[in-house]
Design a protein around this ligand. Structure first.
Ligand SMILES: Nc1ncnc2c1ncn2[C@@H]1O[C@H](COP(=O)(O)OP(=O)(O)O)[C@@H](O)[C@H]1O
Ligand SMILES: [Mg+2]
Length: 368
């Protein structure tokens, strides 16, 4: 992600400022047609997601009443704003209100978890896209039906390994409050053994019994490989057809299907066409906030005197979670060997410079 990108600027604001300033700066960012970002195509998307960004921050800060007030304002000014309507309904269901005289009190009920992505750090763009396009339509079906907006049939996450695809899907199931069934080719059948068609059918049947259910196909390319690949037998035609039929039924039956793959190119084209997996989302290496979180998590239980997290985050673009893990472990080993008491920024940076990341701009492009 380019450093002069509005999503990057947004993360910097969140990392650098206090809540009141963050919201004020968001306002400045959005006004004046984006100011410094007005020629950046990403700005349009940023603006489209800005409602999600604002509300999720307010919820993160437990400022529930303000979140609801903002949604009321948006729907008052624009009654056609579907996502604001849906978010408002969701929030109203999860808060409880009381009034004493002229005073309205807002209480959060303990068991609900709107917008709570748990340990999934950073990645605000991906979270907002999923909230807007998947979670809200699935949780507020009626509202979306009234506006004649179709609910997506499935979600396909793709990108390099170790960047959080599986992690995100598991949390999505929790956020939806759905049952969760996870399958991968290795747990279902050997990829090259015929009979997967029956297995696919069985999986969808099982999901049907547990609805509402999120049915997750990890390594989707193993189930529905590209028929144009000449190393495969013709058998896969039936697997792909079975999958398409079932995907369509699942959608109508309260089963939401998610696929993940490191190799989008190996998935049959019919599966990727619009109307099948309606949403395809690239999950790349952790963004700035996620990298900082990863360093903090890895260093939490080790003696260290690192305070310049922002620097560490900025210097480690493209590193995945496991690479960050490795860096911290390696630095700890070296510090222990030198019999030093604590890990400092130099120790970490030395390992960073000696360990180039597996991904870069070039390799990432090859995933699309
Ligand atoms: N956004 C995130 N925040 C914190 N940790 C993450 C995040 N995404 C991934 N991780 C960590 O990285 C590990 C690998 O992610 P995973 O979902 O298995 O990658 P993928 O499925 O893309 O190969 C996870 O188990 C988790 O510990
Ligand atoms: Mg995975």
């Amino acid at each position: 992600m380019s450093k002069s990108n509005p999503f990057h600027a947004w993360q910097l604001l969140i990392l650098k400022y206090k809540p009141a300033t963050i919201l004020q700066k968001l306002e400045e960012l959005l006004q004046d047609d984006g100011g410094m970002f007005k020629d950046d195509p990403a700005f349009f998307e940023f603006r489209e997601l800005s409602l999600q960004f604002r509300i999720s921050l307010l919820l993160e800060w437990k400022r529930y009443g303000e979140a609801l007030a903002w949604l009321c304002l948006v729907t008052e000014i624009n009654p056609q704003n579907l996502e604001a309507l849906a978010m408002k309904e969701q929030l109203k269901k999860q808060l409880s209100f009381s009034s004493e005289g002229n005073v309205v009190l807002v209480n959060k009920t303990a068991n609900e978890n709107i917008g709570n992505w748990g340990a999934v750090a950073g990645m605000r763009r991906i979270k907002a896209i999923i909230e807007k396009n998947i979670i809200l339509p699935l949780k507020e079906r009626e509202t979306y039906k009234n506006f004649n907006v179709t609910i997506p049939k499935g979600l396909l996450l793709y990108g390099p390994p170790g960047c959080g695809k599986t992690f995100i899907v598991k949390r999505l199931a929790l956020l939806l409050g759905f049952h969760f069934i996870e399958v991968s080719p290795s747990t279902v059948a050997s990829t090259y053994v015929h009979g997967t068609q029956e297995k696919i059918k069985g999986l969808f049947d099982e999901a049907n019994k547990k609805r509402p259910c999120l049915l997750f196909f990890d390594e989707l390319e193993g189930f529905v490989p590209n028929r144009n690949r000449n190393d495969l037998s013709f058998h896969y035609q039936s697997e792909v057809n079975e999958f398409l039929v079932r995907l369509n039924d699942a959608h109508q039956n309260g089963v939401f299907v998610v696929g993940a793959t490191n190799q989008l190119k190996l998935i049959d084209d019919a599966i990727k066409r619009p109307g099948r997996f309606d949403m395809k989302l690239f999950v790349g290496p952790p963004d700035l906030e996620a990298r900082i979180d990863a360093f903090k998590t890895c260093l939490k239980k080790r003696p260290h005197k690192i305070s310049n997290w922002l620097y560490l985050g900025e210097e480690t673009e493209y590193y995945t979670f496991s690479e960050i893990n490795f860096i911290v472990e390696q630095a700890s080993r070296e510090v222990a060997q030198k019999k030093k008491a604590v890990i400092d920024l130099n120790d970490i940076m030395k390992v960073v410079l000696n360990t180039p990341p597996e991904n870069d701009e070039h390799t990432l492009q090859s995933y699309s």
